[in-house]
Design a protein around this ligand. Structure first.
Ligand code: MRU
Length: 353
């Protein structure tokens, strides 16, 4: 197991509330918020106080515990409690549509809610235990992803990443940046190029913050620069995270990832996706079925609250794109690196789970 320890803990259940790092304040402030109600958690996911597929999965699991605690005090019959809590669970799942981890975590909590052998108190207690368990497992899973991924990082490599798939997109350690952390533990000569990632700038605001906090050399570039540096031979591999991966290996990730994958293919640079099995949606055959979140137009028309374009211009703002499986060298998971053909390797990974 990896020797690298990151100080970052993005989300943590404490007694009867959830503690989150507020990601809207980066890079100026590193502050925590205490989330004490289900509605507060819904808003935290929606407004991206917490973001990144694995982190919002755990936030969803915690949010259901918070709703359960509230409903427990309302003198409901068991049936009323269950019906209400299932509705609240669907509501929390609706906060963000693309990342399948939210659906995955909500389903795990729903199976406890639906257990006919538990009374209300037992349901609340089991939800709490499970929320904490999923939280702690996330870090261990990321460390395994990191260690598998480190095996394919060449000595002294420069690794390009897009968006933030780090400790701050998970409970801790990270998926794509977990690979970086595990590789760096063995080889301190590796470095990272981070795409800025317009429009929300997760690369600039978050990836550079967490990597520099951990002392990992990082260079920030704007999104349009990646092929320039690839042509110059300055990028050895690409590792990104994912928000949903279809059964055939098509992978949805932050908008702009597809462009990076095409550039990597053209320049013969390995392109890896690092993600836990909970990001793989075996219910869909291909990326065509992935719902892409359309985000606020203000994200495109403004920077730091200041308008950067003409009034009256048309705006489209998809939050994610889908990289076709043929551009992906491997999918780094907690059970190993899956290789093409992904239909077969993904099915096998789930068989052996
Ligand atoms: O919109 P966000 O910030 O929640 O999107 C997250 C991403 O797309 C990340 O790139 C990440 O890879 C997925 S989470 C490890």
């Amino acid at each position: 197991m990896t020797k690298f320890e990151s100080k970052i803990k993005t989300i943590e259940w404490i007694d009867n509330y959830s503690k989150l790092v507020d990601q809207t304040k980066f890079p100026h402030k590193y502050e925590y918020v205490k989330i004490t109600t289900g509605d507060e958690m819904f808003d935290a996911i929606k407004t991206m106080i917490v973001r990144g597929a694995p982190a919002i999965g755990i936030a969803g699991a915690h949010g259901i515990v918070l709703y359960a605690q509230e409903l427990q005090n309302q003198n409901l019959s068991k049936q009323e409690f269950v019906n209400e809590l299932l509705k609240k669970s669907d509501y929390i799942e609706s906060a963000r549509p693309t990342a399948v981890n939210l659906h995955w975590a909500v389903e795990k909590q729903k199976s406890i809610i639906k257990n006919p052998n538990l009374d209300i108190e037992q349901i609340v207690e089991q939800l709490r235990i499970n929320g904490k368990k999923l939280e702690l497992e996330d870090i261990e899973i990321n460390k395994r992803i990191g260690d598998y991924g480190a095996m394919v990082v060449p000595k002294g490599a420069t690794i390009l990443t897009h968006c933030n798939a780090g400790a701050l997109a998970t409970v801790g350690y990270g998926t794509a940046l977990g690979v970086v952390r595990s590789a760096f533990a063995n080889d301190p000569t590796i470095q990272v190029f981070a795409d800025e990632t317009r429009p929300r700038q997760q690369g600039a605001r978050i990836t550079t913050l967490e990597l520099t906090m951990d002392g990992i050399p990082t260079t920030l570039i704007t999104d349009g620069m990646c092929s320039y540096f690839m042509k110059k031979g300055m990028i050895d591999m690409v590792v990104v995270g994912a928000d949903r991966i279809a059964s055939n290996g098509d992978a949805a990730n932050k908008i702009g990832t597809y462009t990076v994958a095409i550039a990597a293919k053209y320049h013969n640079i390995p392109f890896y996706v690092a993600a836990p099995l909970s990001t793989i949606d075996t219910n869909i055959k291909s990326g065509d079925e992935i719902i892409i979140e359309e985000r606020s137009h203000d994200e495109v028309t403004t920077i730091n609250g200041e308008r950067i374009c003409a009034e009256g211009v048309n705006i489209i703002n998809p939050g994610f794109d889908v990289t076709p499986n043929e551009l992906i060298t491997g999918i780094i998971t907690e059970v190993g690196i899956l290789k093409p053909d992904y239909k077969t390797s993904i099915a096998k990974a789930f068989e052996n789970k």
